[in-house]
Each structure stands twice: as C-alpha cells, then as structure tokens.
Design a protein around this ligand. Structure first.
Ligand SMILES: Nc1ncnc2c1ncn2[C@@H]1O[C@H](COP(=O)(O)OP(=O)(O)OP(=O)(O)O)[C@@H](O)[C@H]1O
Length: 315
C-alpha cells in the first residue's frame, strides 16, 4: 500500500532502519521515522550527529547504506528523481548565486521547475511581498544580510509550492528577531498543509516543533512532542540556590544518581535519576544544610530532556 493514500494522520515520511556509513564512520544508524502531514518535525542535536546526512537521504540526494525509506509515498532511492519536484530543500550553506539579484535568483529557480512567463512573474511578485523582499528585488544576493539571505533562500525553496520542505539549520546565521519572524513563516506554511522537517541545535527552536527526534552520534535517542518528551523524561529536576555553587556541584556529581548539575547564574539545576522517589528530600540528605539557601523541584525543559537522553551530564 502506498503510505501517501492514508487520509488520517497520513505519513509523509516513513523510514525503517535508515543508515549511512562513510567508510568506518557510522553517520546515521538504524533511524526509524514517522512524520505526519502538515507537521513541523525537528532534528535536534549537536554538530556531527547526523542531521544533514539524514536530510540528504530523505531528499533522495544520498543513497542510504541500509533501510527502507518512503517519502510522499515514493520509495527511495528508486524514485528520487520524481520526488525532487515535490520537495523544497534549504541547505545549511547559502546556495543562491551571490552575483545575481534577488529577482534573478528566483527567476533562475523558477525555470528549473518549468515555471515561465506570467506564471513566473506572478509567483515571484507574490514571494517578494510575502518574504518582505520587494525593496531588495534588484539587490545582489551576495551583498545582503544574514536575515535577508535566509528569507530569499526560503522563498526559493517554496517557489514551486512543495508539499514537503527540508530546512537544514536555517537560522544559525541570523539574529533573534529574524528567527522569530522566520518561525512565523514556517507556521503559516504548516497551517497551509506543508510538512516541514527542520534541523537545529537550538533548544528554543526545537521546542516550537510539533514533534522532534533527538540525535546523538547518528543514533535517535528519543522522539515525540516536546511536551511528551518532557513529561516522560527519565529524571527529576531540582533547583537549588547556594553561595558556593562550584563546590556543591562537584559534591553532587560524584553521586551516580545525579545525572547532571548545571550552573545557571546563582542557581544550580540538578537532574536526579527517576528511580529516586523524593529527589528534594534525597538531595537534602546528601548536602549539609549550610550548603544551600533554597531547594525546590521545578518543571523540566527540553534542554533537561536532551541532557538526560544524550548523557551530556556534566554541563
Ligand atoms: N561525505 C562525507 N564523507 C565522510 N564523512 C562524512 C560525510 N558527510 C558527513 N560525514 C560525517 O558523518 C557524521 C555526520 O555528519 P552530518 O553532517 O550529517 O552531521 P550534522 O548533524 O548535520 O552536523 P553539522 O551541523 O555540523 O552539519 C560526521 O561525523 C561527519 O564528519
């Protein structure tokens, strides 16, 4: 059965056991994904965890070493050339021509997709307006700011109205305000039915996704909605205030039950293994009372989930 013919919770991307080896480097291992239509799905992980390699396999640009991959009902790599007309891909590195103007770049992309004449100029005018590029239409892409380039790259990626959009770390070179505006555009696209797969190493960005996978060393450590990941996290979070945080931290991380103790200004955010039923009482028993001024349980964040499932414990 073609997976694109289901009408409820239709899967746009389904992979089983997807893997890629580069010689002895296992860039992606045994990756299972189920991504539903219209959702914004995130790949969260540090540099080198396999985000780009996974995206390149899902776009059909790279052949997996192993596994079964279906995207928009097309089997990869066999149907990769057909898939290309139905997806948009915004690469990590700015890939527009720097010595062409904004309009010329968009016109070039339109021609690749066979959009000519009035259809082309109408669509380009629409995109210039939508992505706030009208006044920059005749500017050279190479002379624009990070935020402007990003808007141009997004306009180019959606020019042919793809059903599925891949964005590889799209906001790493832009300021917070441009990031916020960019995410507004992504929600507009999602609302209109476009499925978006976005990779990031920013926690706040991952938290905006409908669902995400946390990747480390090419392995999926966890997946689900940000809310579910936080609720199901394998640790309790306790914050304490102390006058000698450095020392208290050292004392705490010597306990195997303490997954991490991270200093945040004057606070220490401590992740305690879920097997400890009363983490606040347990911590009080481990520390002399003069070592802290206050100690309380707090709600987990996505960063806590990331630390817990990747073992990045001593941060
Ligand atoms: N063409 C290649 N040849 C050899 N090794 C590669 C190749 N492409 C990626 N790798 C290796 O595969 C691993 C995953 O890389 P990948 O680029 O997918 O990670 P990433 O999460 O996207 O990181 P970044 O954000 O830095 O791009 C890394 O160890 C990388 O060095």
């Amino acid at each position: 059965m073609s997976i694109a013919t289901r009408d409820t919770n239709e899967l746009v991307i389904r992979s089983r056991g997807m893997a890629k080896n580069f010689g002895s480097v296992k860039a992606v291992q045994n990756l299972d994904l189920d991504i539903e239509r219209g959702k914004i799905y995130g790949f969260l992980g540090p540099n080198g965890c396999g985000k780009t390699t996974s995206i390149r396999m899902l776009t059909g640009l790279l052949t997996p070493s192993e596994g079964q991959v279906d995207v928009l009902g097309m089997r990869l790599p066999e149907q990769a050339s057909k898939l290309r007309y139905h997806i948009g891909y915004m690469t990590q590195v700015f890939s527009m021509y720097r010595d062409l103007t904004v309009r010329e770049n968009l016109s070039f992309v339109a021609k690749i997709y066979g959009i000519h004449g009035t259809a082309q100029s109408t669509r380009i005018d629409e995109l210039l307006q939508l992505y706030n590029l009208e006044e920059l239409a005749n500017h050279f892409a190479g002379l624009m700011s990070g935020g402007q380039r990003q808007r141009l790259a997004l306009a180019a990626a959606v020019l042919h109205k793809p059903q599925l959009l891949f964005l590889d770390e799209p906001t790493s070179a832009v300021d917070p305000e441009s990031r916020r505006d960019f995410w507004e555009k992504l929600f507009d696209l999602s609302e209109a039915g476009t499925t978006i797969l976005v990779s990031t190493h920013y926690m706040d960005e991952a938290e905006r996704c409908h669902a995400l996978a946390i990747l480390e060393h090419g392995i999926k450590r966890a997946d689900g909605s940000p809310q579910a990941l936080m609720e199901e996290m394998n640790a309790h979070v306790v914050e304490l205030q102390s006058d000698n945080n450095r020392q208290v931290k050292q004392a705490l991380i010597s306990h195997p039950e303490v997954i991490s103790a991270a200093q945040l200004g004057t606070r220490l955010r401590v992740l305690v293994d879920k097997t400890i039923e009363q983490p606040d009482t347990w911590l009080q028993n481990q520390l002399p009372s003069e070592d802290y001024r206050s100690l309380k349980r707090v709600r987990p964040s996505l960063e806590d989930v990331f630390v817990t499932c990747t073992g990045k414990g001593q941060g």
